[in-house]
Design a protein around this ligand. Sequence first.
Ligand code: ZN
Length: 136
Amino acid sequence: MNKIEHIGIAVKDLSSSIPLYELLLNTPCYKTEEVETEKVRTAFFSVGDSKIELLESTDPSGVIARYIDKKGEGVHHIAFAVEDIRAEMARLQAAGFELLSAEPKPGADNKLVCFLHPKGTNGVLVELCEEVKGER
Ligand code: ZN
């Protein structure tokens, strides 16, 4: 894995969290994007080589809404950049990690993504993401 691509933070309300994180990080939000399949609206901030991704649920039954119901707002996942997501998924599966999807899925910010079950990673939801090249 190359680097921490981003850290995902579950928030109740992007409209108040975006200005908060702009103030905190002293940088403007450079993109907001809805991922319909995941029922989330996301907002991105650059922090050096990494990013912060704020996640707001668009649906009370969505994964982020359920996460906040259970645990409250806060760090939701850590995403690692990988060169070849399918190869990395195969490596991790062979090593005994549980993948949450058999195939990579389209994620926010022009990525293919796959999550690992947090029960096999000390409670941390891990996201793999591969940059989709030449498609904007
Ligand atoms: Zn993410």
